[in-house]
Design a protein around this ligand. Structure first.
Ligand code: ZN
Length: 243
């Protein structure tokens, strides 16, 4: 089975549509979303609709949980809290109820799915080999899929060795057949790894190959929508830089 893994859509309809179009050309059986469907971007309702329609699994991210009121906004930056309040105002009750039903952790086809990490599915950013070690020790699954940091990367640990990690670029491939793996597809709607293109991961569960994909999308359109909604300008600007 081939699977599309994506994360951190953040209300960016332009990016989400471009990724789903690329996914459609890749002949996958299922699409898995690791959370943060909303927050930051100007089209949260459209993104919820697209996730409901296209994703076999969707996790809750910290921004989704803030919008539904499950997490306090005190733990968010000013811009993120503003965007969360705005998002809660514009979403329909149907959208909010759907978000309320999501969980930040799950399991599918033997893989562990977490928004943040197995140790803290809501908040932990796994961006170092040391943290990856702790995650491997904490999780039962051999392959772990995480989002949250908005950085495409992977960590691996072979029996008896220390974990190592690397940033992943569009077109990179990894053979996941040996050892433990923790993989982040990168972010659909707000990449923070210097590449403004939308990110997703193609996972082949038979051959155990992972391929990191990047897709150009209408960044201008997404930025204009953020400005038209009077959300903080910095949220529009950062899309152009992928930071
Ligand atoms: Zn996020």
């Amino acid at each position: 089975m081939r699977v599309a893994v994506l994360s951190d859509v953040h209300g960016n309809r332009h990016a989400f549509e471009a990724v789903l179009e690329d996914v459609a050309s890749a002949d996958v059986a299922e699409t898995w979303c690791l959370g943060d469907v909303v927050g930051y971007g100007a089209d949260p309702g459209d993104c919820v609709d697209l996730a409901r329609e296209h994703c076999a699994v969707t996790l809750a991210g910290n921004h989704d949980l803030a919008v539904t009121g499950e997490l306090s906004l005190d733990d968010f930056s000013r811009g993120a809290a503003l965007a969360a309040r705005w998002t809660a105002d514009v979403l329909s009750q149907l959208h909010l109820s759907w978000l309320e039903g999501l969980s930040p952790a799950g399991e599918r086809a033997g893989a562990g799915l977490y928004h943040g990490s197995p140790r803290d599915p809501v908040w932990e950013y796994v961006v170092s080999a040391l943290l990856a070690e702790l995650c491997f020790d904490a999780a039962p699954e051999r392959v772990l899929l995480v989002g949250h940091s908005h950085v495409a990367l992977s960590f691996t640990r072979r029996e008896g060795d220390a974990a190592t990690g690397e940033r992943r670029y569009g077109g990179d491939e990894a053979d996941l057949s040996q050892g433990r793996w923790l993989v982040n597809p990168g972010s659909v709607g707000q990449p923070r790894d210097g590449d403004p293109r939308a990110a997703w991961l193609l996972l082949d569960l038979e051959t155990r190959r992972a391929t990191w994909r990047r897709v150009r999308y209408d960044v201008d359109g997404a930025a204009k929508a953020i400005r038209a909604a009077r959300l903080p300008d910095s949220l529009a600007e950062r899309l152009e830089y992928g930071q």
